[in-house]
Design a protein around this ligand. Structure first.
Ligand code: NAP
Length: 296
């Protein structure tokens, strides 16, 4: 079965569900990508900063699936912001992935203290788009005010804004701003991974263990992860769940045969705490800029 897709603001189709590979160890990434593609996924989300673009490319080639059928998304890290630097970041990414063109290239996050460099990086994405090197461009972790400031300084509306988004952190203001601008909201940590990353503090509440999700899941004979992914799909968001486990990779894709009703969607919406679990994009850490991205 073909994956349902969303249509981006420039007409490009993006599969509704993709595989995320943040914290996928390099030696596990190629196998996870290959397993996902064999399961039916046609979209992979990686990033220069994840240091596994090479293994994503290996997994794609090992799958034997035609490159043209696969939607490849990657991100420019902040240490590569600036016009020439970002053009070069594209060269590094495509070299590692082993492809000529990217389906979606996004800025990993804003760098508010280096805003001119953020804008220059986005202008480089616009050039890559005009030259046909990428099929669509976008941003990640942009708040409404970042989107407004970007719109004042650039021409192309981002196709996608990838943000932390799971039942405990719905980021409604950003979802509204995205929708008003015609930007597709893409959920990172779509099944709440950031609420249970090991070593991130024990006091966080794990969304995967939420009783309301368990009840809805039980009613459908599905899991909490599948219910969360279905919630994204029905509300029109792209989602990129990460797993390196073949059974969970398959589970996260087995969401096209059931439907949440309005009451269930509202129950999940009501879990929002209006607080992010991940870092605030306006709070910068010096080490972010001291992380060079390797040439190959
Ligand atoms: P996530 O996809 O919500 O959750 C991943 C975690 O859930 C992993 O620990 C995974 O472990 C586990 N898991 C996966 N499927 C499961 C299932 N069916 N049942 C139980 N546990 C399951 O979190 P994420 O990795 O933070 O986010 C997904 C992707 O978003 C990332 O991989 C990355 O591509 C992107 N992302 C982007 C940003 C950004 O700043 N733009 C930040 C974070 C993430 P196993 O691997 O062992 O299954």
């Amino acid at each position: 079965m073909a994956t349902p897709t969303f249509t981006l603001n420039n007409g490009v189709e993006i599969p509704a569900i993709g595989l995320g590979v943040y914290q996928s160890a390099p030696d596990e990434t190629a196998a996870a990508v290959e397993a996902a593609l064999r399961t039916g996924y046609r979209h992979i989300d990686t990033a220069a900063a994840y240091r596994n673009e090479r293994q994503v490319g290996e997994g794609i080639r090992a799958s034997g699936i035609d490159r043209a059928e696969i939607f490849i998304e990657t991100k420019v890290w902040v240490s590569d912001f600036g016009y020439d630097e970002t053009l070069h970041a594209f060269e590094k990414a495509t070299r590692k992935l082993g492809v000529d063109q990217l389906d979606l290239l996004i800025l990993h996050q804003p760098a508010p203290s280096r805003w001119e460099k953020t804008v220059a990086a986005y202008k480089a994405l616009e050039t890559l788009l005009a030259d046909g090197r990428v099929r669509s461009i976008g941003v990640s972790n942009f708040k409404p005010e970042h989107l407004a400031n970007l719109a004042d300084a650039t021409d192309v509306v981002p196709a996608v804004n990838q943000i932390e988004l799971h039942p405990y952190s719905a980021q409604r203001a950003t979802q509204v701003a995205d929708a008003e601008r015609g930007i597709l909201t893409q959920a990172w940590s779509p099944i709440g991974g950031i609420t249970f990353y090991p070593g991130w503090g024990e006091q966080r509440r794990n969304v995967m263990e939420d009783p309301a999700l368990a009840a809805i899941a039980g009613a459908h004979g599905k899991t909490a992860a599948q219910v969360m992914l279905r919630w994204h799909l029905q509300q029109g968001r792209s989602a990129i769940p990460k797993s390196t486990n073949p059974a969970r990779i398959a589970e996260n894709f087995d969401i096209f045969d059931f439907e949440l009703d309005d009451a269930q969607l509202a129950q999940i919406d009501a879990l929002d705490t209006d607080r992010r679990s991940g870092p605030d994009p306006d709070v910068e850490r010096a080490e972010m800029f001291d992380m060079p991205i390797a040439e190959d």
